[in-house]
Design a binder for this molecule. Sequence first.
Ligand SMILES: [Zn+2]
Ligand SMILES: [Zn+2]
Length: 539
Amino acid sequence: MDNREIADRLDAFATLLELVEANPYTTRAYRRAAETIRGAPTPVEELVRAGRARRLRGIGPGIETRLRELVETGEIAELAELERELAPDLIGLGRYLGLGAKRSLELARALDVRTAGELRDAAAEGRLRSVPGIGPKIEAQLLEALAREAEPRAREGLLLNRALELVHGVAEAVGGEVAGDVRRWRDSCEHLAVVCAAPDPLPVLERFASLPQVVALVEQSERRALGVTVEGVPLELVAAQPEQLGTVLVRATGSAEYVAALEPLPTAADEEGVYRELGVPWCPPELRDQPFRGEPPMLVEPKDIRGDLHCHTTWSDGRASVEEMGRAARDRGSEYLAICDHTPAVGAVRGLTPDDVRRQAEEIAAANGVLAPFRVLRGIECDILPDGRLDLPDDVLAELDWVQASVHGGQRMPRQEMTKRVEEALRNPYVRCLSHPTGRYINRRPENALDLARAFEVALEEGVAVEVNGLPDRLDLRGEHVRDALQAGLQIVCSTDSHSVRGLANMTLSVATARRGWATPADVLNTRPLESILGGNRL
Ligand SMILES: [Zn+2]
Ligand SMILES: [Zn+2]
């Protein structure tokens, strides 16, 4: 078994554990182990056989036992059992219909159905109403949901990192191209789509239906199939005639509003051909959320980014040391990296006191000795206290190369209070950047009540930049807000907020989000060489 197959099985196990509402820590541990294995440079099967799997980060004795079972027998017995019992395709369909896993199972038991297809048949026969707890109203809702399948919409979008992995995996497996929300790098993906060129669509559609990522087919026609993932997210496959691939790709990339404004689309084999015939300049997918026919700007690209100004180490809640983070950033081609650990007010994790900040300086100096000419910067992610003061005294902040200010606790403050709090922090002469300005967690926590327009005004007056945080569940600022910030005249910083060496890869997500906000290289502070960032405390 190669690393990818092993990781896929662990992921499947995690998903089923989620469905049975197992301990979330266990589920997360399996997901993390899958991620480690997917990125491991050596064949994990060999490590397992040699009894050395626990050398990998995040693999404890429990997971090691499962790995041994998987490598030796080709299967994890409990996983196979769960798959038999849980009928994931049914639960996938249930989620798509807005039912939780438990409710789907109850429904399946009451109707004595095992598969998604049998559930549909039962619904068509009018048997839903025979289930205790399902009255005419809920029955009507379910029937309506089953009928509106042609319009793929998820209840809750997938985080971009999960969606990227899922859709790229499917595209690779069917030899197609990524389209839909993933190609536009939406922060939360609801429309997952893959297109491929196929003179004969049948083999591709069959391959698609057999993929482990597709737990149920909701709909199928001659050249199109709509599957659903175990999370209940619809996943569309279009098998295009080769001479129509460009047209199909534009349509499947969306957004619907953008495409509608371009219609009627000419037929072309590639996307460039479509745009050429329309007489419209080719448009980067990130800009296709609204109708646009103009000349797009030269958007910032990952290769323009010279360094990262926000990461954590073992001094607070990161998993790697200062030197490990610096070395990894250097090996990725960066010129500099600011270490921005937390301050004490963050609460849930360890924060740096003034004393710690000065001790960390020695470690940073030592790392610079080893890594030069690469530069590790002394930074901090300083909490903004509820009254707007910062969590470290000014004389400590004055020593640092780079100060990020963040709201962590007390995020439910009313708008006026929150805005005053942030304004106050932006006035501090040492603050260079406002981290994750809105404080949202995608699908989990709404944005703070902060008056963003006012915060942008003050940031401009004070020469403070705003962050585009690249953590997949933050992506904060998001695209629309980046655009507002740039229109207000601000500079943005593309950051990873990485808590591990692997987290440095989140720069791609940050840059994509900046691109969705129409950012050019000149708009992004960390496309500049270090001297021009460090010159003086303000921009
Ligand atoms: Zn933070
Ligand atoms: Zn952070």
